[in-house]
Design a protein around this ligand. Sequence first.
Ligand SMILES: Nc1nc2c(ncn2[C@@H]2O[C@H](COP(=O)(O)OP(=O)(O)OP(=O)(O)O)[C@@H](O)[C@H]2O)c(=O)[nH]1
Ligand SMILES: [Mg+2]
Length: 473
Amino acid sequence: MADLNNDTIAAIATPPGQGGIGIIRISGAGSFAVGQLIFVRAGKGENAGKKFGENYQPKARRLYFGYIVDMEGRELDEVLISFMPAPYTYTCEDVVEINAHGGVVPLGNILKLINGMGVRLAEPGEFTKRAYLNGRIDLLQAESVMAVINARSAKGLYSSMQGLKGSLSRELSQLGEALLGLLAAIAADADFPLDDLQPVDYCRLQERVERLRETGVLLRRRGARGRILQEGLKTVIAGKPNVGKSSLYNLLLNEDRAIVTAVPGTTRDLLTDFINLRGIPLRLMDTAGLRRYGDAVEQIGMEYSRRAIDSGDLILFMVDLAYGIDREDIWVYENLPRGKGQALIVIGNKIDRPRLVTSEALSSFFPEEEVVEISAMTGAGMEDLEEAIVRQTFSGEVGGAEEALVLAARQALILDELVSSLDDAAAALADGYPLDVVAIDLQQAYAKLQNLFGKELPGDLLDHIFRNFCIGK
Ligand SMILES: Nc1nc2c(ncn2[C@@H]2O[C@H](COP(=O)(O)OP(=O)(O)OP(=O)(O)O)[C@@H](O)[C@H]2O)c(=O)[nH]1
Ligand SMILES: [Mg+2]
């Protein structure tokens, strides 16, 4: 790895395109020198038209108004510039920030000028990577930076902010300390095996491992909830043709996105869109109606439907109460994937029309399921449906009332491994294995925790993590 102290980097920190303001950030030991070379002050004071230099240093963290000038003294843009000395900066290094006009050309020209002075263009996430390598934040916090940027809902943002502030790190540190405590108790027992004055209390040990396991499982559940907040709950409207799926899709979206006709088999392609339903982001999908026999195009559409339904978190299974429930409906229902933790709501549609199926009959068809009645045409019953969705989303498998935890994919994976090491430890204890076997599982769990914080991670994995960041962050 390059010597960080000599390696000065720069990037445009604002999104590409046009905007009122565009920010260029320079970080590293050379940043002040570069900032001083390219900036002249504006205004009417005695320093107007002057560059900062040996005898005239900028004050720390103050905004100065002036111009960026190139080597020939040409003014490239009118800017505000600030000089922020290490270590109290984002990267813990000397940082210069230039607030220029947010156009592609002015920002590009300034960056080119800086680059020409030997400053390297920053890789994606490199500023945050430096904050991590310089010890200002741990890896969990660094990953939360991206979660904050990618937040799709107020709840998701709140949860990501907890990660950024280090609340998750603190919770995991406590888990780590408890693990170390356990390991120490076991080690002490191994050192004095014959000292029966104070043998390790096996039951007590079991209790402690169980408590740790529960903590891990809870974290994992909260992570599942966080994933929904971040990625959206994949919600698939399914049912036989013509029951009103696309009508509901349009109603939830509040716009005529899907084609609705009285002809069965209207929808062929999968449609998908994000909506925010009472603070829960839903990735809503409209699917082609399912039936046993259909033409070639329909068959392909139905294949898409199947795949969408199989990967859904929540299935809205719709029937037409005005038409009645027939064998086709039951065939679709029976072929819905269950058991992978998918939630399901049965929707009886078209209650604005004379109905062939009473509420009692509908419930008795699907005694195990949550049932809601609506009219996708008039909007009747939509409150009930929304409430049912909220209930199904944050109950059971998908997450309890606990606070959500937005985890990066890497973190969720490691958390899974951590829980399974704790599972192994609990099982080993239950089966009466010797304590050194239990200790191996606990050590493994502890190693996973360390990985979460970014300790003992190979450098290329670290590069991989930060590569998913945006440029300039
Ligand atoms: N009266 C009434 N008609 C409805 C209601 N919902 C949908 N419809 C009508 O039912 C027909 C089918 O609606 P769609 O939304 O296209 O049904 P679909 O399930 O998407 O159908 P496919 O795409 O063919 O699978 C259209 O004529 C709609 O206007 C409702 O609540 N009440
Ligand atoms: Mg449709």
